[in-house]
Each structure stands twice: as structure tokens, then as C-alpha cells.
Design a protein around this ligand. Structure first.
Ligand SMILES: [Zn+2]
Length: 198
């Protein structure tokens, strides 16, 4: 396409975002250059600040701007239970319903035998380390109801159960293949309440 280089580059950047095709990227690029200098500055600043200031909690793996994160350091939370999720978006989904008051562990992925992703490729070792010398007596696995979610759940329960830790799984209120991130609050709440022991 015969656009001046700066806009061609901007379009190219937008196409790198998930779900953005060339048409939408072009529309966004033209919209962006129509914005005021102040708005563009603010946009660019937020982008850089988010990247620079955010890190992953060294305890639970959640996205945070302070390490350990505010959930891990919150002494009012129930330290006897850890809810294991695939990514930080799932933590937000859970926190939104305000019914879960325990701790989290973010895996940053799922075990996927089909794609050659093993236990060492996700943030799982640190969960096991965390459980040694801790007051945790229940681990709730809240991975999505997909094949990879199931494989991950099975692996974790197989590793933890011999250590005497109660391992539970969110109830099947969630449809197979559905995302915790997009589940409505009632469904999510019911899934926690009706969790089953593995
Ligand atoms: Zn944390």
C-alpha cells in the first residue's frame, strides 16, 4: 500500500494486536493521527508506562506494579487456600465477584501435550515451592474446561495429592471450552461453591 512510511509503520504496529486485521489497523492508524498532540502523547505514555511499571508477582505470578502483589501481601486474605488460574485476566474475573478471599497462583499457560507444552514450561514449579512450609490446605484448580485445562488440572492433582493437600476443581457450571474470563458472575460463583474434590 502506498502510504507515507510513518503511517505504514503505524498500521503495521496495529496489525500486531490480536484480532486486528489490516482494515481495522488502517482505520485505527488514521484515527490516531487525527487525534490531538495531547491525546497521542497520553496514549503513548500509557503504553510505555504499562510496559515499564508492570511486572509479575514473584510469589503468585499475577501481573502487578508492586512485588509481591497487593493480594499476596493482604493479611486479611485467607492464606489456607490457593486458586490456580491460567492467566492474570482470570484473577480479575474472580476478584470482580468479591466472593473468593484466598490467594492465587497464575500459571501463564496450560500444559498442552498436543502442543508440546510441559509442566516446566508454565509457572508451576513455583506453586510447589510455595506449598512447602505454607499454611495452605486446599488448592482449587480453576483452569478452563478445555483439553489443556483438564490436562493441567490432572497433572497438578497428581503432584499435590500425595503431599496431603486437598485438591479441588471448579464445578462444571462452566460450559466445556468456555473461558473463566468471560463467565458471568453467577456462573463463576456457583462453580466455586460447588467445586469437587479431585
Ligand atoms: Zn502475588
Amino acid at each position: 500500500m502506498l502510504y507515507p512510511t510513518p503511517i505504514a509503520k503505524l498500521i503495521d504496529s496495529f496489525t500486531k494486536l490480536p484480532g486486528i486485521g489490516i482494515k481495522t489497523a488502517t482505520r485505527l492508524a488514521f484515527y490516531t493521527i487525527g487525534m490531538s498532540d495531547e491525546e497521542v502523547n497520553e496514549f503513548a505514555k500509557n503504553l510505555l508506562a504499562a510496559k515499564r511499571e508492570l511486572t509479575y508477582c514473584s510469589v503468585c505470578g499475577n501481573l502487578t506494579d508492586e512485588d509481591p502483589c497487593s493480594i499476596c501481601t493482604d493479611q486479611t486474605r485467607d492464606r489456607s487456600v490457593i486458586l490456580v488460574v491460567e492467566d492474570s485476566k482470570d484473577v480479575s474475573a474472580m476478584e470482580k465477584i468479591q466472593e473468593y478471599h484466598g490467594l492465587y497462583h497464575v500459571l501463564h499457560g496450560l500444559i498442552s501435550p498436543m502442543n508440546g507444552v510441559g509442566p516446566d514450561d508454565i509457572n508451576l514449579k513455583s506453586l510447589i515451592t510455595r506449598l512447602m512450609d505454607s499454611e495452605v490446605n486446599e488448592v482449587i484448580i480453576a483452569t478452563n474446561a478445555t483439553a489443556d485445562g483438564e490436562a493441567t488440572s490432572m497433572y497438578i492433582s497428581r503432584v499435590l495429592k500425595p503431599a496431603g493437600i486437598k485438591v479441588t476443581r471448579l464445578a462444571r457450571g462452566l460450559a466445556v471450552g468456555s473461558d473463566i474470563e468471560y463467565a458471568d458472575e453467577v456462573t463463576l460463583l456457583r462453580a466455586i461453591e460447588n467445586r469437587t474434590e479431585l
